[in-house]
Design a protein around this ligand. Structure first.
Ligand code: FES
Ligand SMILES: [Fe+2]
Length: 400
């Protein structure tokens, strides 16, 4: 996504290029806890699309990490988000997706909540003398809809999704993303890597020529890209005209124009890729869109979730293009997984010191800057003593 002709404004190390984070930061359980709060609970997380929860009582649930969030459409047709934890004794309430009939009922002892999250009824309430139901509604989670995409934020404040995407909103408008619907259930994989290894990898395209021969046969950069300080970056790629030597790629090239009729001229012949730090990739293709989401499980385990959405009522040609797209991009995912696992192994090995970042890796530098700003202990060259990471972080914060 990066292009060397652009100035690097954010890298300012007396003329040196930036260095990535120290290796300890990719395997430390105490730091992982700090990251989880600052980067996942306190930042917007994609959880689905309005078309997934169209009717009254329709809900979806989504993992953020160890937390899980319910998004439910109320009787007033409004979408609301709640933590998926019963206020009685913490049972998870809903699983997967579906429709609640009239109320949200906990499967453990049957506390029931209204669609607005308020506690409506408690079985055998006489055994809870003095219980004030108004104090035990489900915990609200912030929710924002941006062009049909639903984002939630568990804690904290800061810019809205719309503010962060402000300079790129026209893409979502022109592709008509608000009217998309889900093409299939999301798929998940576990990668044996720290979540930052996977995100670093997503943020740079320097590895494409070597790591992704298929993409390299198909794509060339247009030079249109931007790394916005808002936490969003994007890049636009041309599809190469030269027919690929690989059949599925060639078929895709030949049939690509069938899906482009829906798009304005300036977007024809292109793929558009977004990164929404710290963990969401979005690809806009003429025939569909996909999301690539990282869900942190442990310091060296990350769930990779892939979601696919597209136009309602696709033509047979568009359906065929979607099939070809998956045949092209599935191997890319496998390649990335392999590349990331190799990095994780190297980060754990003795003697590695961070090497320089290139100008094509500016987005990584900026992502690491965001981490340094939010979690200052991450700037330490060596891990603080066991049990002291959070304390050291607080000390550094107090002095910043
Ligand atoms: S934990 Fe939900 S009703 Fe008891
Ligand atoms: Fe890749």
């Amino acid at each position: 996504m990066q292009n060397q002709s652009h100035d690097i404004q954010s890298i300012d190390n007396d003329g040196n290029l930036g260095k990535p984070l120290a290796p300890w930061t990719y395997k430390n359980p105490e730091l992982f806890e700090l990251e989880y709060e600052a980067m996942f609970l306190m930042r917007w997380q994609f959880v689905g699309h309005v078309s997934d929860v169209q009717g009254i009582g329709d809900y979806l649930t989504s993992d953020i990490g160890r937390d899980n969030v319910i998004v439910l459409r109320g009787k007033d047709k409004k979408l609301r988000a709640f933590l998926n934890v019963c206020r009685h004794r913490a049972s998870r309430i809903l699983e997967g997706s579906g429709t609640c009939r009239g109320v949200i009922r906990c499967p453990y002892h049957g506390w029931t909540y209204q669609f607005d999250g308020s506690l409506m009824a408690v079985p055998q309430q006489e055994n809870f003398p003095g219980l004030d139901r108004s104090e035990y509604g489900l915990h609200d989670v912030q929710l924002e809809i941006f062009h049909g995409m639903i984002y939630v934020r568990v804690k904290g404040d800061g810019p809205s999704v719309a503010e962060q995407f402000a300079d790129t909103e026209h893409f979502f408008e022109k592709y008509g993303v608000a009217d998309y619907e889900r093409l299939e259930e999301p798929t998940t994989q576990i990668w044996e890597v720290n979540w930052k290894v996977a995100w670093d990898n997503y943020l740079e395209n320097y590895h494409i020529p070597i790591g992704h021969p298929g993409l390299n046969r198909l794509l060339k950069e247009t030079g249109e890209w931007e790394d916005l300080t808002s936490g969003v970056n994007y890049g636009v790629f041309f599809l190469k005209d030269k027919p690929s030597s690989v059949e599925v790629e060639r078929l895709y090239q030949e049939q690509f124009h069938h899906a482009e009729k829906r798009l304005p001229d300036e977007l024809k012949g292109k793929w558009v890729q977004f990164g929404f730090s710290p963990n969401l990739g979005i690809d806009l293709y003429p025939e569909m869109m996909d999301f690539f989401q990282l869900i942190p499980l442990s310091p060296d385990e990350t769930m990779i979730k892939a979601w696919f959405y597209g136009h309602k009522n696709p033509t047979p040609e568009e359906i065929e293009l979607r099939r070809l797209n998956l045949l092209i991009n599935d191997p890319v995912n496998d390649e990335d997984r392999e590349l990331c696992i190799r990095v994780q192994r190297g980060l754990k090995s003795h003697g590695y010191r961070p090497g320089p970042l290139s100008q094509q890796e500016t987005a990584i530098f900026n992502f690491h800057e965001l981490l340094r700003e939010q979690i200052p202990v991450i700037t330490e060259g060596r891990a603080p003593r066991r049990g002291k990471v959070a304390e050291r972080n607080e000390t550094l914060k107090a002095h910043s």
